[in-house]
Design a protein around this ligand. Structure first.
Ligand code: GTP
Length: 602
């Protein structure tokens, strides 16, 4: 198929606006899959089905006849959620246009706005489409007006469809062919292609999804990575229709999967440019990997599961190169890792996949962010070899007298909400140390606000709170907003005067007392009564911010026995001793393993 009859495009939408349903209808209409096959074909990972969200971008090459000519459409599926802006922009690098899909009932949402600007920044053709017009209370006129107000989109150019019922899909495909430009590629050598996704296959190693920009590539030729300079023989090339279909040669304008014996994510780099061995070509895109923003400890439930967990993490990271991995250890939880994620949902999806796809049951600790700490003590600067510490682990927090300044990461949040929830949402943002930057009315009863918020205040449960305050109607999206001067302290937990390293946390000064009370109350509930009285204290520096006491109690397991039966007595004492083994001792206090897990887990 000549390049003029190829279209590379993607569907972008807020979560649940119907992207996968539309993709399925397009595949059915073009005969790529049987009609009413039911399941959403592109969302192939189990976690995606369960959560109903798309995690990995996946692709399908399909044919469509328009005015008696056959066209090749490469549909590139992109994830819709905040944390995956990375995958969205990477997928968009392979596209010339997008379908901007908006739910005709719920209207424009925070991620619609974010995705619109991602596409706009890349100068992509944007085809606005309203979905779910079959629903009774759908209000396409109003959403058209909002699209005009926010983005200046001409209401006459907006298509109206029902992906569920399959109405209007033809018109969408026609519009794709009419409006989106063919890829700006050249069939002449030298061969050059962009890797825009990769995943791991048990038998073939890392598979690279590429979009060919110049020339063509044959099975058996040798390719080279621009970043690593390593070269590989091409073992196989397939096209996704959406099932893999082997081909011998792939040419400029096409999107396909190549297997070439790459073993891990260090070799198969998303955003890399590949070319034939010993040839020089221009890089496909300037590649800037997204930095992880949220960190959490991952530990095996018991140390015998260490090796399988390590294997699972290694394989999953190949599939998701945005995750960073560092070895970590904790006296209570043993050997583990500290993983860095792009955001909270990214972390949840990764951990869920660890469990579902690899059958591991890891303990995930509460997530934290990375602070920057500027030291002032020359001796310590010399010892560290640098003036600025990047720190997410509270146990390594330096003494305040060594520190000049603290910085914390901020985000710029976009919130879209019906006006009736405005009051509660503003209170929530104020409570989370947010500062409003702007607010505009989208229409009579919906408002778009921009807030600058500390990342540490949103990673735990901001989105959940926002959703429950607004009965699910408000939506939230955020982007990185750099580091800002802040005032943080280390909150320590002492048991009978001894600090317990695992429980210490970095908190903002204004939150220290509240968090101190919460922690102490939680521990009072979770630590079992023992033979000595236990004082639980939460302190900052030398100052106690909260305190509770657990009264002493002698649990005499043999109390119910009368004299005589020594063996029975021994057995009970032995059981009690067994139970004690899994505990950690602090100043004669036993803290059960489960308590650590309950407190440290998110
Ligand atoms: P993410 O993959 O998480 O981004 O979601 P999505 O945008 O792919 O949404 P999906 O296709 O999973 O659809 C979300 C829900 O909306 C599903 O329950 C669909 O059945 C429903 N839905 C999609 N299109 C229509 C439509 O045209 N009409 C109606 N009534 N429901 C629809």
């Amino acid at each position: 198929i000549p390049v003029e009859r190829i279209r590379n495009f993607s569907i972008i939408a807020h979560v649940d606006h119907g992207k996968s349903t539309l993709a399925d209808r397009i595949l059915e209409l073009t005969g790529a899959i049987a009609q009413n096959s039911g399941a959403q074909v592109l969302d192939s990972l189990q976690v995606e089905r369960e959560r109903g969200i798309t995690v990995k971008a996946q692709t399908a090459s399909i044919f469509h006849t328009y005015k008696n000519e056959k066209y090749l459409l490469n549909l590139i599926d992109t994830p819709g959620h905040v944390d995956f802006a990375n995958e969205v922009s990477r997928s968009l690098a392979a596209c010339d246009g997008v379908i901007l899909l908006v739910d005709a009932c719920h209207g424009i949402q925070a991620q619609t706005v974010a995705n619109y600007y991602l596409a706009k920044m890349r100068n992509l053709v944007i085809i606005p489409v309203l979905n779910k017009i079959d629903i009774k209370h759908a209000n396409p006129e109003r959403v058209c007006k909002d699209l005009y107000n926010l983005f200046g989109i001409d209401p006459n150019s907006v298509l109206k469809i029902s992906a569920k019922l399959g109405t209007g899909i033809d018109a969408v495909l026609d519009r794709v062919i009419e409006k989106i430009t063919p890829p700006q590629v050249d069939r002449k050598p030298p061969f050059r292609a962009l890797i825009f996704d990769s995943w791991f296959d048990k038998y073939r190693g890392a598979l690279n999804l590429i979009c060919v920009l110049n020339g063509s590539l044959r099975v058996g030729q040798e390719i080279q990575s621009m970043i690593t300079k390593k070269s590989y023989p091409v073992k196989g090339i397939t096209i996704l229709r959406p099932k893999e279909d082997p081909i011998e040669t792939i040419s400029a304008g096409q999107v396909g999967l190549i297997a070439c014996n790459m073993r891990n994510s260090k070799e198969s780099i998303i955003g890399d440019t590949i070319h034939l061995k010993n040839e020089t070509v221009k890089a496909a895109i300037r590649f800037k990997p997204q930095q992880p923003m949220v960190f959490a400890g991952v530990y095996p439930a018991d140390q015998s599961k260490h090796v399988p967990l390590r294997g699972a993490i290694e394989k999953l990271v190949l599939n998701d190169s945005a995750v960073t991995v560092n070895v970590d250890s904790s006296p209570a939880l043993g050997q583990g890792w500290r993983l860095g994620f792009l955001g909270l949902l990214h972390m949840e999806v990764f951990c869920q996949r660890l469990e579902q796809e690899y059958g591991t049951e890891p303990i995930i600790t509460a997530p934290s962010v990375t602070y920057r700490i500027i030291l002032k003590n020359p001796k310590m600067i010399k010892q560290m070899g640098k003036e600025c510490l990047e720190l997410s682990n509270a146990a390594l927090f330096p003494e305040p007298f060594n520190v000049k300044e603290y910085y914390e990461p901020l985000v710029k949040g976009t919130i879209i909400t019906p006006t009736e929830y405005l009051g509660q949402i503003i209170s929530l943002c104020v409570d989370r140390r947010g500062i409003q930057e702007s607010s505009i009315n989208i229409d009579d009863d919906r408002i778009l606000m921009k807030y600058i918020l500390p990342l540490s205040e949103i990673i735990l449960d901001f989105n959940d709170h926002l959703k429950s305050l607004s009965s699910g109607y408000a939506s939230f999206n955020y982007e990185d907003h750099g580091y800002h001067l802040t005032n943080i302290v280390r909150l320590d937990i002492h048991l009978n005067g001894r600090p317990v390293e695992e429980f210490c946390r970095i908190v903002h000064v204004s939150k220290a007392t509240t968090i101190a009370r919460e922690m102490v109350a939680k521990l009072q509930e979770l630590i079992p009564r023992q033979m000595v009285q236990i004082a639980i204290q939460a302190c900052v520096g030398g100052k106690v911010l909260a305190r509770e006491t657990i009264k002493a109690y002698r649990k005499d397991v043999t109390a119910k026995l009368y004299g005589g039966d020594v063996t029975r007595r021994m057995k009970l004492l032995k059981q009690q001793a067994e139970g004690k083994k899994k505990m950690r001792m602090f100043a004669n206090i036993r803290v059960p393993h489960e308590t650590f897990i309950k407190v440290l887990k998110r």
